[in-house]
Design a binder for this molecule. Structure first.
Ligand SMILES: [Zn+2]
Length: 69
């Protein structure tokens, strides 16, 4: 197993990781309903993918009813 010859300070490691950040999530508008959705995923609002409905959207409708009451 390779081992480091000299100990690195905490600051050295922390300085290196200042560039280590999360990038913003990529969202593209759904061609069916114009709502933002993740690319290469079924739209959670209308359940469409590649111009076809592939998922039922009953869960979303139930959530909307709960918000109103
Ligand atoms: Zn959609």
């Amino acid at each position: 197993m390779p081992l480091p010859k000299r100990r690195h300070s905490k600051a050295r490691g922390r300085k290196r990781r200042t560039h280590w950040k999360l990038s913003a999530l990529n969202l593209a508008p759904c061609p069916q309903c114009r709502q933002p959705k993740f690319p290469h995923r079924v739209c959670p609002v209308c359940g469409y993918y590649n111009g076809k409905q592939v998922m039922e959207i009953q869960i979303k409708e139930k959530k909307k009813r709960k918000d109103k009451s």
